[in-house]
Design a protein around this ligand. Sequence first.
Ligand code: SAH
Length: 257
Amino acid sequence: MLQNIRVVLVGTSHPGNIGGAARAIKTMGLSRLYLVQPEEFPSSVAVARASGATDILDNATVVETLEEALVGCSLVLGTSARDRRIPWPLLDPRECGQRSVEHAAGEGEVAIVFGREYAGLTNEELQRCQFHVHIPSDPQFGSLNLAAAVQVLAYEVRMSWLAAEGMPRKMEKLETTAMLNAQPATMDELELYYAHLEQTLIDIGFLDPQKPRHLMARLRKLYGRSGISKLEMNILRGILTETQKVARDAADKRGDD
Ligand code: SAH
């Protein structure tokens, strides 16, 4: 479905932006790049900035006019750094993503068109687009770098596509150590901890096993409130082990038996 969506860059002057746009496109699962009269292309600068998305550059279609880039498209969305340059149906980036995906799912071809770094799209070019898309940036500093603008809209396309495909928008749960550590400690781990704690408190003379005075019950309540994770449990266990060592060394020095 995503192969029905093309990104069109009009009159790009910096090849680095073409490379950056290629990377933005590929990271979001898009693949089709059209270049209308790029000032410098092919270019080693573009390849460097593409950071491995060279297949997008190699397969890019270079054309002379916007019309050629739009051949076959039945939905054309034109982006503009300026809000409401000409009165026209306007979409926000999210709506742009949704429309593009809906249209592409129905086998229609979609073009998202980006303008020149210094001058954007001309009014004539904007009038060739059914909708205008403005990224709601700070009006005092509203113009994004070209490749950054491509990234924002490609991201929105991807989010809509993932939703349409019923695919997760959060990373699959990887059982990394960090994630395991963040899990709450289990009851049996807590029991081991309480036993360790009790023994340590006895070792350091804080708890008298003959007169425990509900100390362990109170500490259980305290720990029970804090939702200890596995990592935190390991830290606490480590502290207890070190405390026991110090207590033992001190006892050895005193010659206790
Ligand atoms: N001085 C130009 C700036 C163009 S920025 C102007 O005012 O039009 C280059 C391109 O990046 C724009 O043509 C558009 O395609 C995209 N772009 C930059 N900022 C954008 C924004 N806030 N919303 C939508 N597209 C934006």
